[in-house]
Design a protein around this ligand. Structure first.
Ligand code: RP5
Length: 169
């Protein structure tokens, strides 16, 4: 049963959002990954939110570029947490999507992540942390992943230090 829904405003957003799906998959979180537009398919967006919420989705991740209203449109239709990923899809390099996503009026929050792939990944991590509030097993997996980050930095540091030591010889 999907716990997270990932919506993109267009199929052209798929490449930037694949890392979100990859993180969710790596954490063993069941998710839906699909396209729906606040502007082009408002009825589909409304229907998907209602159906997915009824089927057990706990967190909605919405990614869009340009005048990015998708996260706001979803936030209008659910009280589940909505995370927004602004995408650079216009000559404004994502500033348009960032402002449209982050500047929600009071009462309809959208937890806004970084632009593009960094935000896509962190939306998945944050969704996992939200789910982990009521899932001790997932919380344990997140702690293990953090330990993996520590190990990879220590490994990289040792490599850099060894290379520097070699240059000084
Ligand atoms: C937004 O407009 C989409 O999220 C996409 O980032 C952008 C351009 O969409 P396409 O014209 O490529 O479908 O709604």
């Amino acid at each position: 049963m999907a716990k997270v829904a990932v919506f993109m405003g267009s199929a052209s957003d798929e490449d930037l959002m694949k890392p979100c799906a990859e993180v969710l998959h790596s954490l063993g979180i069941d998710y839906v990954f699909t396209v729906t537009s606040a502007h082009r398919t408002p009825e589909r967006t409304e229907r998907l939110v209602a159906e997915l919420e009824a089927s057990g989705v706990q967190v909605f991740i919405c990614a869009a570029g340009m005048a990015a209203h998708l996260a706001g449109a979803v936030a209008a239709r659910t009280t589940k947490p909505v995370l927004g990923v602004p995408l650079a899809a216009s000559p404004l390099s994502g500033m348009d999507a960032l402002l449209a996503t982050v500047q929600m009026p009071p009462g309809f929050p959208v937890g806004t992540l970084a632009l593009d792939k960094a935000g896509a990944k962190n939306a998945a991590w944050l969704a996992a942390q939200i789910l982990a509030l009521s899932d001790p097993e997932l919380a344990g997996r997140l702690k293990a992943e953090r330990a993996g980050f520590v190990a990879s930095v220590e490994k990289a540091a040792a490599k850099v230090e060894a290379a520097d030591a070699g240059r000084r010889k």
